[in-house]
Design a protein around this ligand. Structure first.
Ligand SMILES: [Zn+2]
Length: 500
């Protein structure tokens, strides 16, 4: 009895003998319950007709393979109306009729297969004392039941790629249970619509902003509310905003360069050799030598850029009144300079700004925001209360670039606020404001929203979104790679549906 509970054998089974061999344990087991029920008529019978033996593989014990030699009895059915005369006793939760391994052992192999893959599963199983083959693992995964016919009210739908950019499938998630309910082999609207028709309970469908799933939901689940996913909305808004900021940042940078060059012109023309020396950080003699000889030297400072040897010439030309940077660049190239145009321009601007430090207030007013359009977009979209002090300062500077940028910030924050607080009822007012603004990038975004307004409003109002679907897509990618990308769709589908 102790051995029975140690090995977790079902009630009514008794261990007769345990034999330790080279390959593991051979355990002889008999069933002791006095009666068994006929599988046809369910009538209990106690008339033992005969015995036979079944050899079953079982879960390993302390790393050793376990073989159960089970003595099974056959009973005679005494029910005169039953068509069955003789039946073998059954152990429903322990082993299936005709199976050659116990249910628990089969589950172990399936779990290993789901967590790894065919070949990898075989290797891991061997380490755990389980002897199995790649084919067994794959067969067991394929034998797993189909998705359950549970009622789905809130559906999340998104695509995933079999081969990036080439072949796509569709992932469907029950947003209440957060479980994958099915995988479809393509992302065609008809396929998804056919699936949705089989689920008439659908109340809402959360989708990205693509057209295929919108028309799938319109065809297959016309009763359901469509919700545009908030993440995709914010992403689209961010893209529009990034274009707008890129335009303004580029214009602002251009203005700054021009202003810096303009303002410093008199200073440079009047500059003495001593002032030039101080500014560049070399001795007066060096400046004199450079200006007289025109001979490039590379002796200054710990860092020497490609431009350094040409600086004297550059500064001299500047002082002479040539402020066309492209022209100066061409002249330097003719002298053998192999650096970039940007290096010439930046160097010149930096030196001019350095010269401008004598008037600090003036200099600080033209400090560039130093943000890329992407960084700026990130600052614009984030919740203002969560910004650090430095980020807030950058944000203020960005908004000062141009009244359009300031307006864009206001509009973007209004939209983000709607999204955060699920107040989609303000969408129409927001669209009106954008229409009246002079911001082409945001107007283009708003035009897209206008086409899909009901779904966007629902997305900004309902609790559902596609976050969990995106999470499952990430998991799917991992599963796909575990099989080295070789699993066909049916196997991938089973593995995703039953992922552990
Ligand atoms: Zn019977």
């Amino acid at each position: 009895m102790e051995g029975t509970s140690l090995l977790s054998l079902p009630e009514g089974m008794q261990i007769e003998q345990i034999q330790i061999t080279e390959n593991g344990l051979i355990i002889a087991v008999v069933a002791t319950s006095p009666t068994s029920c006929c599988p046809c008529c369910s009538e209990p019978s106690s008339s033992v007709h005969c015995h036979y033996r079944r050899v079953l593989r079982d879960a390993p014990c302390a790393g050793r393979q376990v073989q159960l030699v089970l003595t099974v009895r056959k009973f005679s059915c005494r029910n005169p109306y039953c068509s069955r005369k003789v039946f073998a006793e059954r152990f429903p939760d322990f082993v299936e009729p005709w199976a050659r391994m116990t249910i628990r052992h089969g589950q172990q192999i399936t779990s290993i297969g789901l967590a790894t893959c065919g070949k990898g599963g075989t290797r891991l199983a061997a380490r755990l004392g389980i002897h199995t083959t790649r084919q067994t693992i794959l067969r067991r995964i394929m034998a797993l039941p189909e998705s359950s016919a549970e009622s789905i009210l809130f559906l999340g739908i998104d695509d995933f790629s079999f081969r990036r950019g080439l072949r796509f499938g569709t992932l469907l998630v029950n947003l209440e249970s957060r479980r994958v309910v099915d995988l479809l082999a393509d992302r065609e609207a008809d396929t998804s619509a056919a699936w949705m028709r089989q689920h008439p309970d659908l109340k809402a469908v959360s989708r990205d902003r693509g057209g295929a799933y919108a028309s799938a939901a319109a065809q297959g689940a016309p009763q359901a509310t469509q919700c545009a996913d908030r993440f995709h909305l914010l992403k689209n808004l961010g893209e529009a905003l990034e274009d707008l900021l890129a335009r303004h940042l580029s214009a602002s940078r251009k203005r700054q360069v021009e202003a810096a060059l303009e303002e410093q012109t008199p200073a440079w023309q009047e500059m003495t050799q001593g002032a030039i020396a101080q500014q560049i950080g070399v001795s007066l003699n060096t400046v004199r030598r450079w200006l007289i000889s025109g001979c490039p030297e590379t002796t200054r400072g710990p860092y020497v850029s490609r431009l350094d040897p040409y600086l004297p010439y550059l500064l001299q030309r500047w002082a002479q009144g040539c402020h066309n940077i492209a022209q100066l660049f061409r002249e330097l190239e003719a002298q053998g300079y192999r650096g970039t145009y940007a290096s010439v321009r930046d160097n010149l601007v930096r030196r001019l700004q350095f010269a401008g430090r004598k008037t600090p207030a003036h200099a600080s007013s033209k400090t560039p925001p130093l943000s890329t359009p992407r960084q700026a977009t990130f600052l614009f979209l984030r919740c203002p209360q969560k910004l650090r002090v430095q980020e807030q300062e950058t944000l203020v500077k960005l908004c000062q670039i141009d009244p359009e940028v300031d307006l864009a910030y206001d509009l973007v924050q209004q939209f983000a606020q709607m999204l955060r607080t699920r107040t989609g009822e303000h969408l129409d007012a927001w669209l009106d404001q954008v229409e009246k603004s002079t911001l082409p990038e945001l107007q283009s975004f708003a035009a897209g929203v206008q086409k899909d307004k009901d779904a966007v409003r629902a997305g900004l109002t309902w609790w559902i979104n596609n976050g969990v679907v995106e999470g499952h897509v990430t998991k799917l990618k991992l599963i796909k790679r575990q099989g080295y990308g070789r699993a066909g769709f049916p196997l991938l589908r089973k593995r995703v549906l039953h992922a552990v």
